[in-house]
Design a protein around this ligand. Structure first.
Ligand SMILES: [Mn+2]
Length: 343
């Protein structure tokens, strides 16, 4: 974010304001981490602050400080819309296009005219924000929130609560500091957060120790279903609605499954296909190592997108047809996948 924008924002924040912080639909650790860090920071500066999330978070984030104060748009549309309408400033964190909040909230956001401030690390931002802090190199929006607070000259305002929120998003979005997006800067910030009281071990246990018996059984099924396409350095997993039902699937249960496929020796591209009968779609999570861009792949063929090494997609075809289509497209990328392996 450039100096001019920062000094303008600094001026705006000099007087108490009505501020709303918005996170994306199906919030993850980085979405809630950045939103709640910003919430606690702005409250300390005497602003009136509300966090609005389109829908609820998974259970492994329920412990986050002030999580219970977040307003869920889809559960309280009238109240949330009213709050949005009176907002002078709206922060949109960890997303960069209104449609990422879902159809209902998108409409509400399109109707209001506050000052929008975007802080986000996803590719191809829409152009709705008055002030835009967008950086696709950043490991997480939480790291950017730290930068933002630092640019405002307020690192000293980061207390244990704020540090805990920021740490959570950095940890979850970097796969516990192992993804390529993790930089020396990330570690420097993390060190600072520990100094300020973030408890790394406690946070890890709260976020990661979430296995139910059913989830473990479902993981077993997913791994048994895994197929490898050796010449394309690719592994994929399928889960049908019937299989999900058998293990009493709950939202969030399949989180991270695709990473098992990516951890296979020799594999640089991994996909999980999950049937969702209710929506009539197949949801896909795509992961890669090296230069092969799953963002481009998902954008081109499966109505999705994301980052170079992590993206989402969807298909309106049946499960088997979706996989067949995927397997027809795959040979086109044989060379680049091979190169991605060697690199
Ligand atoms: Mn993120």
């Amino acid at each position: 974010m450039n100096k001019r924008d920062i000094s303008k924002i600094s001026e705006l924040l000099a007087e108490p304001k009505n501020i709303v912080i918005v996170s994306h639909r199906n919030p993850d650790g980085d979405a809630y981490g950045s939103s709640l860090a910003m919430y606690h920071y702005l409250k300390k500066q005497n602003h009136t602050v509300t966090v609005i999330s389109p829908n609820d978070c998974p259970s492994f984030l329920k412990w986050m400080p002030a999580q219970e104060e977040i307003i869920l748009f889809e559960q309280e549309i009238e109240k949330a819309t009213e709050i949005l309408q009176t907002a002078e400033l709206v922060f949109t964190l960890d997303f960069n296009a209104f449609h990422r909040t879902g159809a209902k909230m998108q409409m509400a956001l399109e109707k209001i005219k506050p000052i929008f401030i975007m802080i986000d690390h996803h590719q191809m931002p829409d152009d709705y924000a008055t002030y835009m802090y967008s950086d696709v190199q950043k490991c997480s929006t939480c790291e950017m929130v730290y930068d933002f607070i630092e640019l405002l000259g307020d690192v000293s305002e980061i207390d244990e609560t704020i540090a805990t929120c920021i740490y959570t998003g950095i940890m979850t979005d970097t796969g516990s500091f192992r993804f390529k997006s993790t930089t020396s800067r990330t570690h420097q910030i993390t060190a600072e957060l520990l100094e300020k009281g973030a408890d790394n071990s406690k946070i890890y246990n709260r976020v990661m120790d979430v296995n139910s018996y059913n989830r473990m059984q479902l993981l077993g099924r997913a791994l048994a279903n895994m197929k490898v396409v050796e010449e394309s350095k690719t592994a994929y997993i399928t889960l049908s609605q019937q299989e999900l039902n058998r293990y009493h699937f709950e939202k969030g249960d399949t989180e991270g499954f695709v990473n098992y496929a990516l951890s296979l020796k020799g594999v640089v591209f991994a996909v999980i296909f999950i049937e969702d009968r209710k929506q009539g779609i197949i949801k896909m999570s795509l992961r890669s190592k090296g230069k092969f861009s799953v963002n481009e792949f998902a954008r081109t063929y499966f109505n999705g997108g994301g980052h170079t090494n992590a993206a989402g997609g969807r298909s309106e075809k049946r499960l088997r047809e979706t996989v067949e289509r995927f397997l027809t497209i795959l040979p086109k990328y044989k060379t680049i996948l091979q190169e991605s392996y060697e690199a």
